[in-house]
Design a protein around this ligand. Structure first.
Ligand code: GRF
Length: 215
């Protein structure tokens, strides 16, 4: 069974989606550790399910690398196989990435490579985009630039607000993240590397693009 380390900074609704999917046996995994960089509601969600938690305040470390060394130590101690950045508002360094090669996953509230960085939802609205969505991707050295695992497109309505869009995109994120984690749990994710080209994800037999129902 795959052991997950889930890193959070906030509300933790994606962590909740993972915990619910495991409890309902839709995901064959175990959350070995929930880590936060600040007081995050996600920690209370983990406590409520009896999942181990650790609060590592980033302010206590001189450099990003020092902080990531502490993260790696805690994740290794918990014997984590796959690291999930679920609303973790920190840029991670090669210290974490080299400790878990091709095993750090992030989710982003936009259809990458559009609208990377902070407030992907707000960026899409400001731009007047008519379609946005969410992306689950592997983390590389850039910000939201790693190989795409799966995406769900969400139509933006004429009267859309940040709040209404966030509600629909978050619901899609929850489903997409659990789906992708189930692929890792089943050992289905392969990374294709060719000289001079970006690494590409292959998940044989699985569909990786989705459209949210318009309602
Ligand atoms: C999600 O929108 C995710 O895409 C972004 O941070 C948010 C986390 O939400 N990276 P939650 O803490 O899981 O509720």
């Amino acid at each position: 069974m795959i052991r997950l380390g889930v890193l959070c900074s906030g509300h933790g609704s994606n962590l909740q989606a993972i915990l619910d999917a495991i409890a309902d046996r839709r995901l064959d995994a175990e959350v070995a550790l929930v880590l936060a960089n600040k007081d995050a509601y996600a920690l209370a969600r983990a406590d409520a399910r009896g999942v181990a938690t650790k609060l590592l305040r980033h302010g206590a470390y001189a450099t990003r690398e020092d902080y990531d060394r502490a993260l790696v130590g805690a994740l290794r101690e918990a014997r984590v196989d796959l690291v999930v950045l679920a609303g973790f508002m920190r840029i991670v360094t090669d210290v974490l990435l080299s400790a878990f090669p091709d095993r750090v996953v992030n989710l982003h509230p936009a259809l990458l490579p559009s609208f990377p960085g902070t407030d992907g939802l707000g960026q899409a609205l400001c731009y007047g985009a008519t379609i946005t969505g969410c992306t689950v991707h592997l983390v590389d050295a850039g910000v939201d630039t790693g190989p795409i695992l799966a995406q769900t497109a969400v139509a933006i309505r004429e009267d859309e607000t940040h709040e209404s869009l966030a509600a629909r995109v978050h619901a899609e994120e929850h489903a997409l993240l659990v789906r992708v984690l189930s692929w890792f749990a089943a050992g289905k994710v392969a990374i294709e590397r060719r000289a001079g080209a970006r690494p590409i994800v292959r998940v044989p037999g699985e569909r990786r693009s989705f459209l949210a129902a318009e309602g």
